[in-house]
Design a protein around this ligand. Structure first.
Ligand SMILES: [Zn+2]
Length: 420
């Protein structure tokens, strides 16, 4: 008993050693003119002090910016200088993280779980790795798991192929977890694997008509770091050190979603190795993005669709990210997104904005969706920013996982049916 108490005290203090966000505030800011917008873009690109939970998109579109306590006064001055519209969404980010963790701790565990994960709470990379192997063992006729390679820290990166066999089928490539802190992403992608396989009998057409190549976590080191006792719940990048800080100083991690090699480093990413949007020393400089590239190229022939899952903001985005110009088949991409989002919204009324490049001023180059379309030649490429709109942001309560997944599944069905 004494040992148990000791262990639980240790567990609590270990969590307390994660990076803390006491006094950090989350601001929602809406630029109403070009000068305000440009000032915010400058902050986004040049300062490593401000963490943009939602990046700048355009004038009149709100962005969420986390400001450290030492910068709050300066930031508010800036808001006033530009007469910007702003409000404080989180007065103390640490409180929000603590409350979410306490809430997860109260969630009852299933006594005899079928798999190492369920969708009542969030699970770390080890549990997700165990899950994909368990479901493959339970359904060898439908599921094959392989490793696309190892991460910088030596973790195997799983690829789940779901297929009922037969040659010449079209394929859909899905990934999640490229941004470590976006926990709903692996929580959806693992659910998708489960739905396609465990509920195959209820809707065999989604597996019989198309092959799926699913990578539930493509930034395992970063994702595991958001769970680690000495880690950081709000970590975004991978975990390979670089020397690209100011003056060649040492910094940690590359934004994998700015590291893909199609119009790499053409705006909307940072050359500062300490920035949250650091694009890496070169296109595909990171071993994880290299493995993802190679895994996608290996199936690029049959692949007609690429879906990459992020949070948050509720956007269904089409390429291009690197330019405001539209792809030549934009009408088809847009129309399919409209049909899919209509079905999504029909479930609970959740609104998604379809990212038309025309109303997006801001560019973000080096994204996996741009490369999937422009580099790998996969025509239907989408980035999906799931729940919410910033009430909880990255700390989407675990009780919203299943509702989120059910509504996004309706959109996925429409997406898949378009290839039948
Ligand atoms: Zn993201």
């Amino acid at each position: 008993m004494k040992l148990l108490i000791l262990l639980s005290v240790f567990a609590a203090s270990a969590i307390a050693l994660q990076k803390r966000y006491d006094g950090y505030q989350l601001f929602q800011v809406t630029p109403r003119d070009r000068a305000s917008y440009d000032a915010l873009v400058q902050l986004y690109e040049q300062s490593e002090d401000y963490d943009f939970w939602i990046a700048p998109r355009a004038i009149d579109i709100a962005m969420d910016i986390m400001v450290p306590p030492a910068r709050v006064a300066t930031f508010v001055d800036l808001m006033h200088a530009f007469r910007m519209e702003y409000r404080v969404k989180m007065i103390d980010v640490q409180t929000v993280l603590d409350m979410a963790r306490e809430e997860r701790a109260q969630i009852p565990r299933v006594a005899t779980p079928r798999y190492s994960v369920d969708w009542n709470t969030y699970y770390d990379f080890n549990a997700i790795s165990a899950f994909v192997n368990e479901i493959a063992a339970a359904h060898p006729n439908l599921v094959t798991v392989s490793s696309i390679g190892r991460t910088h820290e030596g973790r195997d990166m799983p690829l789940v192929k779901i297929s009922s066999g037969g040659a010449g089928k079209k394929a859909i490539v899905v990934d999640g977890g490229i941004h470590a802190r976006e926990w709903i992403s692996p929580a959806f992608v693992t659910w998708l694997i489960n739905e396609l396989v465990e509920n195959y009998a209820a809707h065999p057409q989604y597996v019989d008509n198309v092959d799926w190549y699913i990578m539930p976590v493509i930034n395992p080191d970063g994702y595991q770091y958001t769970f680690a006792p000495l880690g950081d719940r709000l970590w975004r990048k991978n975990r390979r050190p670089n020397n690209n800080g100011i003056g060649g100083s040492s910094c940690m991690g590359t934004d994998m979603n700015r590291n893909f090699g199609f119009h790499w480093n053409e705006g909307g990413s940072s050359s500062n190795g300490c920035s949250d949007t650091f694009h890496g020393g070169a296109a595909f400089s990171e071993v994880e993005s290299q493995h993802v590239r190679d895994a996608i190229l290996a199936v690029a022939g049959p692949a007609e669709m690429y879906l990459t899952f992020h949070a948050y903001g509720q956007y269904w985005l089409t390429p291009w990210g690197y330019t405001s110009a539209l792809p030549s088949d934009y009408t088809q991409l847009y129309n399919l997104a409209v049909s899919a989002v209509n079905e999504l919204t029909a479930v609970y009324g959740t609104q998604y904005t379809i990212g038309t490049s025309t109303n997006v001023l801001y560019v973000a180059s080096g994204g996996s969706d741009d490369w999937a379309k422009g580099g790998a030649g996969i025509p239907f490429s989408y980035t999906v920013e799931m729940r919410d709109e910033g009430l909880y942001g990255f700390e989407l309560p675990a009780r919203q996982i299943i509702p989120n997944n059910l509504e996004v599944w309706e959109a996925i069905k429409v997406m898949a049916e378009s290839l039948f």
